[in-house]
Design a protein around this ligand. Sequence first.
Ligand code: SAM
Ligand code: SF4
Length: 339
Amino acid sequence: MLKDTFHRTIDYMRISITDRCNLRCMYCMPSGGLKPIRHKEILRYEEIVRILRIAVHTGVRKVRITGGEPLVRKNITRLIKMIKSIEGIDELSITTNGILLEHYAGELANAGLDRVNISLDSLKSDRYREITRGGVIDAVLKGIEASEKAGLVPIKINMVPIRGLNDDEIADFAKITLEFPYQVRFIEFMPFVTENMWTQEKFISAEEIKSIVEQTGILVPAKTKRSGPARYFRFAGAAGVVGFISPISNHFCKECNRLRLTADGKLRPCLFSETEIDLKPALRNNGPDAEIKRLIELSIAVKPESHSIKMENSFRAADSFVINAFQNTHRRPMSKIGG
Ligand code: SAM
Ligand code: SF4
């Protein structure tokens, strides 16, 4: 296993396979969408698999496929099968908005997918349509059901609470865990380039979200398998757990174990940094495996200790500074990095 400069084991790769999406969530994309990456710039499945075969030798064991919306890319089941056949990859999951999941859940599970994270920011159909600019919630709910049936468990549901938009549903989301064995995770709203409408007033810290959830009942810490950045809790007797992810108010850089690969072949050591290492020239100019391995190791070596912005102090002291700093460091929006 390869450790980075700060003694973190880097064993997780998040791979964006497309920057395109069938939704236009208000907090992620502008209404008119973004100029898509040109088709020929997008890594082919064979190229992604080659990178992963090599990354296994640097210690990568866990892979998550994301986007954009990964299920809009053609033949994703083929990619899942290809990744699953790589010796050394122990866990393969996907993050999706769930719109197409009902149709794919069975075949993805058969192809070897282990788990699925579904993003859902409202349980009300009108509001869901408004937030996603056109999404139909029934499709997502059917997708969740189909995933459970297919054994893609535990189902993880990700919600981004935004003040004045969907914060009145925090308790309803948490209550889902009373009956269903899901992991409902609340993720702090992050500012990105594009008019993603981030303001400090709309931001709700994980601490505040947790205090809202606690109005429903007492939470006790829950043990989950390898919890990543989320802190998990359970209501007494509940079937599922609630998780809190606080990239802004309490960043978890010390435990960060991941690299991100963008759809156009750039390795990104940190979500909040502009540093990117381009693998495509080596891939497309017959570079040897050793060169690609060197570039992966380089991106691990340059992984910063923490985000460049000292959020905890500056967030309170000078909010406008934080927003500007973010705008300067986030040249790519979330849908183009891979959330
Ligand atoms: N389209 C897929 C989906 O929505 O699950 C995968 C890509 S999406 C960029 C991955 C995750 O990023 C989603 O859970 C989404 O809620 C989250 N995300 C996007 N923009 C965000 C923001 N500004 N703040 C917090 N989370 C965000
Ligand atoms: Fe698409 Fe996911 Fe971004 Fe929503 S959050 S616009 S579904 S990429």
